[in-house]
Ligand binder design. Structure first.
Ligand code: PLP
Length: 390
């Protein structure tokens, strides 16, 4: 948030400012998709803060570790051997980078007239970073309505395709409700129209592959039109901020945004927005994967999803409305008229009790991250009972 000079605190004290911040550790943060890293991963991160992926001659080991992390993430989504990727600062940077590569490749391939803007199709449920990407890349964003199940409306997407369309974005784990677009149908649509598909799985990428019914969603490079996928490791991947993964089906996409750095040893080529970039999150994630393994992540994800469903059931039994039954660990809740408290008031009261929620798409959103246990939710329900009985 940019603050004007007039907002700057008088008698500034570093310590007193830091006391105002919330802590991820108390289990009461329900408004964020980030969480505290596991302690050992945090220590590994801190020990490697200055490792610089932008300078491969100085940090060749960290470059290999980033490639190792791309391989680990790639295995979750059947990334082919030709695949490649990067560890960036998060979902926004990964989405912008992916769409930058698609824009450059399609510009070359289609030889579109410059008098008309290139168009990008995305569901209205897409994260704001897609709007940012369109703005930066001079793309006209065609926002497609979602269905009652908060998924991209395929028919409307089909109708929106024009000669200027350069690609379609699908979402796996929407920011508001955690829903996933009908990927098989989006893939068919892309193939029929010769369009590349980018999937934003910033949140869902470290959730869907671990669900018992993960195959139902087909979040995979087996979808032939899928060229890139965003998967954050600083959300459900449990490493410290900043850490976001980007996977590409093949190197032609990374090549489309390649620049050579003439002033560094070895004149490295870069395919990133930032030049200097920390390798700390790659190293921490490689450590965490070695420590927990697939099973460790699977247990954690399923515990969070189970707790989310439990909260949904408890709230339903108290008369709250659940517009979309949760499929992952994001829950949207609406207040029925019978409870005589407005959504905003309810949300503010929860904040006063220390439980942070957010208001998204007309619902109160609860994100149940690993720090929030079943016992925390039982305490939350006691507070909710107090609020609604007043
Ligand atoms: C679906 C989705 N994509 C992208 C992002 C952006 O990620 P970041 O905040 O790491 O830039 C978010 C953040 O919540 C998200 O939910």
């Amino acid at each position: 948030m940019v603050q004007p000079q007039s907002a700057i605190v008088k008698n500034f004290s570093l310590q007193s400012e830091l006391t105002k911040d919330h802590s991820y550790t108390n289990g009461q943060i329900l408004s964020s998709m980030n969480c505290q890293a596991e302690e050992s991963a945090r220590n590994v991160f801190i020990d490697n803060l200055e490792s610089n992926l932008g300078d491969p001659a100085l940090f060749p080991g960290t470059v290999n570790i980033e490639a190792h992390v791309v391989r680990i993430l790639g295995q979750l989504f059947d990334l082919p051997e030709t695949g490649t990727g990067l560890v960036l600062t998060g979902g926004s940077e990964a989405n912008i980078t992916a769409l930058w590569a698609i824009r450059n490749n399609m510009k070359k391939e289609l030889d579109l007239p410059t008098s008309k803007p290139m168009e990008l199709i995305a569901p209205e449920s897409a994260h704001i970073s897609i709007d940012k990407a369109a703005d930066l890349l001079d793309l006209k964003l065609i926002s497609i309505p979602v269905t009652d199940s908060y998924q991209l409306d395929i028919k409307k997407a089909e109708e929106a395709i024009s000669s200027q369309t350069i690609g379609i974005v699908g979402v796996a784990g929407t920011t508001a409700f955690g829903t996933i677009d009908p990927l098989n149908e989006v893939n068919e649509l892309c193939l029929e129209n010769n369009l590349p598909l980018h999937i934003d799985a910033a949140f869902g990428g470290m959730v869907f592959p671990f669900l018992a019914n993960s195959e139902d969603y087909n979040l995979s490079f087996k979808l032939k039109s899928l060229v890139s996928l965003t998967v954050d490791i600083h959300k459900m991947g449990r490493v410290s901020i900043p850490g976001g993964g980007l996977l590409w089906r093949d190197i032609s996409y990374s090549k489309a945004i390649e620049f050579t750095l003439p002033y560094l040893a070895g004149k490295p080529r870069q395919n990133t927005l930032t030049g200097t970039r920390s390798g700390a999150s790659s190293i921490a994630f490689a450590h965490l994967w070695e420590k927990k393994g697939r099973i460790g992540f699977q247990n954690e994800v399923n515990r969070c999803v189970h707790n989310t469903k439990l909260l949904a059931d408890e709230l339903k039994s108290r008369g709250f409305l659940i517009p979309i039954d949760p499929i992952i660990n994001i829950l949207g809740v609406q207040i029925p008229k019978s409870l005589i408290i407005s959504q905003v008031e309810f949300h503010q009261t929860l904040w006063e009790y220390g439980w942070t929620t957010s208001l998204v798409n007309g619902s109160l959103r609860f994100v149940i991250m690993p720090a929030t246990t079943r016992d925390h939710l039982i305490n939350l329900l006691k507070i909710i009972d107090q609020i609604i009985s007043k």
